[in-house]
Design a protein around this ligand. Structure first.
Ligand SMILES: NC(=O)c1ccc[n+]([C@@H]2O[C@H](COP(=O)([O-])OP(=O)(O)OC[C@H]3O[C@@H](n4cnc5c(N)ncnc54)[C@H](O)[C@@H]3O)[C@@H](O)[C@H]2O)c1
Length: 294
């Protein structure tokens, strides 16, 4: 069995990276968070502190555990310092294969030779990144969900050359972070991204056909099928541009069922990208409250 991992380095301090660093630090790992942008690290630090304080307020976390987590957290803009002691490096940089491959090339120069590598990609090929990393047996996908400190699942993705020991070590680590782990053989979009993209696209098709309004489609899935969010609420949260690029990838790799609906394409062209631009399928005020239809 491989030695237990004590140090995790997370690359990219955006929405996902800071959440992964948060859960790693709470689980007792030395958590090193790296970003090329100092501002992203400062924002990540503030968000992690706020979420830990909220956990204490809600009595989900003891005050001492929050203090210990903050002591475990280290922020870096220097890559070699960030990865020098890593047992595991988790990549959470933007969803762009060229950028991810470049990042793993750089990391493989500085990280210990026996460190495991994982990518938090939502859909891209683990096998392709693994091959480029120079350590394909010690590489897997670890797909976390937003917000990471709340969502229970990790999709652990096996690439063509991922070794069973790597999957065992990452399963133990995911459980220590308090997550449930499902094992998925590499396929575009894994399980969750693929199903979610299909539901969202079908919801747009129903809108196009005039089957029901966006509000009523959302209400139907929430109250009739027990989905915690409607498909349009979810798309506004994820970002319509992000969803479009996922659908374009799934359309290329899995076929016609994933052809992006024209209404989605049109909204992206208009700059209605969801909550982040104040307008997507719905419209939002400055505080992020929903004020009406898009
Ligand atoms: N946002 C989600 O809901 C979600 C859910 C699951 C998976 N993902 C996946 O997680 C990954 C990250 O997504 P995100 O939403 O956190 O993105 P984000 O845009 O919020 O954050 C990306 C961060 O990476 C930094 N960055 C850019 N280039 C870098 C480099 N070369 N080295 C280090 N840092 C770099 C940016 O400064 C930014 O802070 C993507 O692959 C995405 O598909 C996202």
């Amino acid at each position: 069995m491989a030695p237990e991992i004590s140090t995790i380095t997370v690359l990219g301090a955006g929405t996902m990276g800071r959440g992964i660093a948060h859960v790693a630090a709470v689980a007792g790992y030395h958590a090193h968070l790296f970003d090329t942008q100092e501002g992203a690290l400062q924002k990540a630090d503030a968000t992690i502190r706020r979420n830990l304080a909220k956990g204490v307020e809600l009595k989900k976390l003891a005050p001492e555990a929050a203090e210990a987590a903050l002591a475990n957290l280290h922020l870096h803009t220097n890559l070699s310092e960030a990865v020098e002691g890593a047992g595991l490096v988790i990549e959470a940089v933007p969803e762009d294969m060229v950028l991810k491959i470049e990042t793993f090339h750089a990391v493989s120069i500085h990280a210990p030779h026996d460190a495991l590598f994982a990518s938090n990609t939502s859909a891209l090929s683990i096998t392709e990144m693994a091959a480029a990393s120079g350590r394909p047996e010690r590489f897997a996908g670890m797909h976390f969900f937003n917000p990471v400190h709340v969502m229970k699942l990790i999709e652990l993705v096996r690439g063509l050359q991922t070794a069973p020991e790597t999957l065992d070590a990452l399963t133990r680590l995911g459980r220590r972070m308090g997550k449930e782990v499902v094992l998925v053989n590499e396929a575009p979009g894994f399980v969750t991204t693929r199903i979610n993209a299909l539901i969202g696209n079908e919801a747009f098709r129903m809108l196009q056909e005039g089957v029901a309004s966006a509000e009523d489609i959302d209400k139907a899935l929430k109250l009739g099928l027990n989905h915690p969010m409607g498909p349009f609420e979810m798309i506004d949260l994820v970002g319509l541009d992000v969803r479009l690029s996922i659908l374009e990838f799934l359309h290329r790799t899995l076929g016609e069922a994933f052809r992006p609906n024209p209404i989605l394409v049109q909204h992206v062209r208009a700059g209605r990208l969801g909550r982040k631009t104040g307008r997507g399928i719905y419209t939002y005020d400055e505080q992020g409250g929903r004020v009406g239809k898009g």
